[in-house]
Design a protein around this ligand. Structure first.
Ligand code: HEM
Length: 467
């Protein structure tokens, strides 16, 4: 890392030169239909034109279905908060539906509401505090395993983070997940994620669901396997005499306020899979990108290390430390600004409507490109630069609500937001104190949208345990 010297009187203070991490290079102009499709399949973020990073509203009218990207906070508020029933999750349902059925992430209306109400109590602040110990334990287990591996070899950091966060979700919200299931989830989600580009492209092109597309058969087999392992988990739980009070049990016991019906096994599988997947892949990606950033900006690594020593001392991170780990949280927030783990989501307009002067027709796909919003030239100074100081409390308070939204917004905001922030803070603090994570200086991976934001070519890291 280069440094610039600031002359202050006779003394000179070294200030780190700002670091600009890897990014997606947007096309200068909206592309023709074929180019759009090619870029979209490679990386959906690569088909977002430059104008989306500069303007409030950009329309793409060369496709079979009209598509718009919105970045203006007022427009985003309209879609995610003010007029929720007028915008549907149709495309999300088409991509995720085969895997996640009609669970909390994909359902709409009353069907969604009671699933959300049933799950919400598990995410209360006071209940979350009890989960810090198992989160830290899972991280310490990972650190302990590191010493068993051959020194000097690069590790796949994103794979490591997925393992840690899977262990966390299995030890907290959804106890009972086995090693077999972890392997099945990893295998199936990899295959599933690879095929999502095609599914979304088909949805945007308004092609019928039955049409063949690459990866469809393999995808279906993987989904069956994965859903099968969750069915077995449910059967094992039903056979238990003493039932624990956890998210799985609450979902099993819940009754619809409308009909009094309990969830069928299929609905339970929908929700359990939703929580398994939404609840660990996203946080894993947030940690992966954060370790990459710290590897390139070691002054922030040092600041975190100092903070952990000051706040936590020599023992394990505990619930009472989380709110005091402010610099650690600033770094995570800035990492999620530059590399939002869920980089883009969309809604389909069910009625004709207007965004300011822009009219759109019913059936238009309205994209909310979190990645571009959080790097928008109108809202951020030096948008591509890594600068966790943006999230110092007094500065963070001035960031408008719909300008920074890694967890979405409105009633469909991520239910696991507080859990994820707490988890990422506890894991990062534990990891940074225990080891150094170095990504090769030449590896600056392009962020690729595969439902979550993955680094192209992975994130190979050299990990050295601190003495
Ligand atoms: C860094 C971590 C995470 C990020 C960035 C993230 C991001 C998001 C986003 C953007 C949405 C909104 C999608 C939309 O409106 O279409 C969402 C929804 C959701 N997330 Fe997360 N998430 C994270 C962690 C978690 C965790 C830890 C859990 C559960 C343990 C979770 C469970 C869910 C669920 C169930 C929904 C659907 C909520 C609803 O529709 O009512 N997420 N997440």
């Amino acid at each position: 890392m280069t440094t610039a010297a600031l002359e202050v009187g006779a003394a000179s203070i070294a200030t780190p030169a700002p670091f600009t991490p890897s990014r997606v290079v947007p096309p200068k102009r909206p592309q023709g239909r074929l180019r759009f499709a090619v870029d979209f399949l490679r990386n959906p973020l690569a088909s977002i034109p430059q104008a989306v990073y500069e303007r409030d509203f950009v329309a793409y009218d060369k496709g079979r279905v009209p598509l718009v990207w919105i970045t203006d906070p007022a427009y985003i508020k309209m879609v995610t908060l003010d007029r929720v029933p007028d915008f549907s999750k149709a495309a999300q349902k088409r991509i995720l539906g085969p895997l996640l059925g009609n669970g909390i992430l994909t359902a709409e209306g009353q069907e969604w509401k009671w699933q959300r109400q049933t799950s919400a109590p598990m995410f209360r602040h006071q209940d979350l505090a009890a989960m810090v110990a198992p989160i830290v334990q899972a991280t310490e287990n990972y650190v302990a395993r590191l010493s068993l591996d051959p020194a000097g070899e690069a590790r796949e950091g994103s794979h490591d983070m997925t393992r840690v966060t899977f262990d966390v979700i299995s030890a907290t919200l959804l106890p009972g997940g086995t090693g077999d299931m972890e392997a099945a989830i990893e295998r199936s989600t990899g295959k599933f994620q690879d095929s999502t580009g095609w599914t979304l492209l088909y949805a945007l092109a308004n092609l019928p669901q039955w049409m063949p597309r690459p990866g469809k058969k393999v995808g279906r087999q993987n989904i069956q396997m994965l859903r099968g392992s969750v069915h077995s988990l449910i059967a094992r739980r039903r056979a238990l005499a003493a039932k624990p009070d956890d998210l799985m049990q609450r979902l099993m016991d819940a009754k619809s306020p409308e009909t009094g019906a309990q969830m069928s096994d299929e609905q339970l599988v929908d929700n359990l899979l939703t929580f398994y997947l939404a609840g660990h892949e996203t946080t894993a990606k947030s940690l992966t990108w954060t370790l990459y950033l710290l590897s390139r900006a070691p002054e922030w690594e040092t600041r975190i290390l100092d903070e952990v020593h000051r706040v936590v001392g020599g023992g394990s991170v505990k619930a009472e430390h989380i709110d005091k780990l402010k610099i650690t949280q600033q770094v995570i927030k800035e990492s999620m600004r530059l590399f939002p783990p869920a980089p883009q989501f969309g809604r389909m307009a069910l009625k004709d409507c207007a965004f300011g002067p822009h009219q759109i027709k019913a059936g238009t796909q309205v994209m909310i490109p979190i990645y571009a919003i959080q790097r928008h030239t109108k809202y951020w100074t030096n948008p591509d630069q890594f600068d966790p100081a943006r999230f110092e409390p007094e500065k963070e308070a001035k960031i408008p609500r719909y300008q920074y939204m890694p967890f979405g917004a409105g009633p469909r905001i991520c239910i696991g937001m507080a859990f994820a922030m707490m988890e990422a803070t506890a894991i990062l603090a534990t990891l940074v104190r225990a080891a150094r994570f170095k990504v090769d200086a030449t590896h600056n991976p392009e962020p690729i949208s595969r439902v979550t934001l993955v680094p192209k070519g992975g994130m190979p890291m050299h990990v050295t345990r601190r003495p």
